[in-house]
Design a protein around this ligand. Structure first.
Ligand code: TTP
Ligand code: MG
Length: 359
């Protein structure tokens, strides 16, 4: 059984503004332009503003009529993108397989992560807490066995929600909802279903697969499957990072051993920080040496236990450096123009069965 999470930040742009400016907290905040803008639309608004009926895509003028005392802000995309990036770093601490679907929303493949928690509820809380501690923002989380159910679930208890839908709860929690909640059922399809007497997701099942296909073709088959909780779509990891590395090109070719070792140490520290920010550990260390005549060699060492500490990376890099450079005949020790270190075979789960330390 797969466990898929869907995370969606609450009133994302507005919450970031309230976080960074305490005087906005508890107030109706509308992002999307000036109050007297003639043409703008609302990007989003705080939950305080939603009570007045304001919502995304509404003309700013209409929003100002509904909630005259609201605070209107133009928004700061660069900041929201930065927060979105940090959000992904938190996801990476739970799983290497996550699929961002918008600036504030992602699917997470959590089947492995679940093994580290006593319950799905505990896993969901840990995810929310991770986001809250690092970003000081709330998210709504849905956990289910399919993308479709996880997405519907994350929306059910917004804001700051957590909803777990296991197959046995599907009919009770999701089955009773409007067909509009299903991925791919828009206003038109919903209207046609309504004419067939189909209002809830459970109603779709009563129609039978043939009737759905007759009415909507292939799309009908898809809707019918979703109504039974069948959705084989996997979490698609946009970019599986294969390694984290860094290299230094010297201003002048270098053959001074202490300086070269110092460079290795600095590279190791930098790589360690980046691995830890992403919640990753690596099982291989690669040393790259480029000599003054551009001859380039790489040498890799595997470690038995995944590492991310700078001292561990440095020890591995140093071992390779001694073997490939220091221990060579003086005549075979070229001056170097570049030295690089990378850590690969990345994992987001540190293996707990330790066989041995670094060589
Ligand atoms: P949403 O997740 O749809 O909305 P939200 O996070 O503001 O509120 P909630 O999820 O709690 O209902 O969209 C995320 C961000 O995307 C939103 O903060 C602003 C932006 N956005 C727009 O710019 N225009 C839009 O029409 C929508 C829907 C969102
Ligand atoms: Mg959101």
């Amino acid at each position: 059984m797969r466990i898929i999470g869907h995370v969606d930040m609450d009133a994302f742009y507005a919450s970031v503004e309230q976080r960074d400016n305490p005087s906005l907290r508890g107030k109706p905040v509308i992002i999307g332009g000036r109050k007297h803008s003639q043409r703008g639309v609302v990007s989003t608004c705080s939950y305080e503003a939603r009570r007045y009926g304001v919502h995304s895509a509404m003309p700013i003028r209409k929003a100002a009529e509904l909630c005259p005392k609201a605070i209107f802000l133009p928004g700061n995309m660069e900041k929201y993108r930065q927060v979105s990036q940090e959000l992904q770093e938190i996801f990476a601490q739970f799983t290497p397989a996550f699929e961002p679907v918008s600036i504030d929303e992602a699917y997470l493949e959590l089947s492995d992560a679940y093994k580290r928690y006593p319950s799905l509820w505990a896993l969901g809380l840990a995810l929310k807490q991770g986001i809250r501690q690092r970003l000081h923002l709330t998210a709504s989380v849905g956990l289910a066995t399919t993308k479709s159910a996880a997405k519907i679930a994350s929306d059910l208890e917004k804001p700051n929600g957590l909803t777990v839908v296991m197959p046995g709860d599907f009919d009770r929690i999701i089955g009773v909802l409007s067909v509009r909640k299903l991925h791919g059922v828009g206003a038109k399809t919903a209207e046609r279903l309504d004419k067939m007497g189909v209002n809830t997701i459970l109603d779709i099942r009563k129609q039978g697969r043939k009737a759905l296909i007759a009415a909507f073709g292939k799309h009908g088959d898809w809707i019918y499957n979703l109504a039974w909780g069948v959705d084989p779509r996997p979490v698609v990891t946009e970019h599986v990072r294969k390694s984290v590395g860094r290299e230094t090109t010297f201003e002048q070719d270098l053959s001074d051993e202490p300086l070269l070792i110092k460079a290795l140490e600095d590279l190791s520290t930098d790589i360690s920080q980046r691995l830890q920010a992403k919640g990753l550990w690596g099982e291989s260390i690669t040393l790259k040496l480029r000599s003054a005549d551009f001859t380039t060699t790489t040498h890799t060492l595997s470690v038995k236990r995944a590492i991310s500490q700078s001292e561990e990376i440095f020890r591995g890099a140093l071992l390779l450096f001694r073997r490939e450079w220091t221990e060579k005949e003086p005549g075979n020790r070229p001056a170097l123009r570049l030295i690089g270190v990378s850590v690969s075979n990345l994992t987001s789960v540190r293996q707990m069965n330790l066989f041995e330390e670094l060589p």
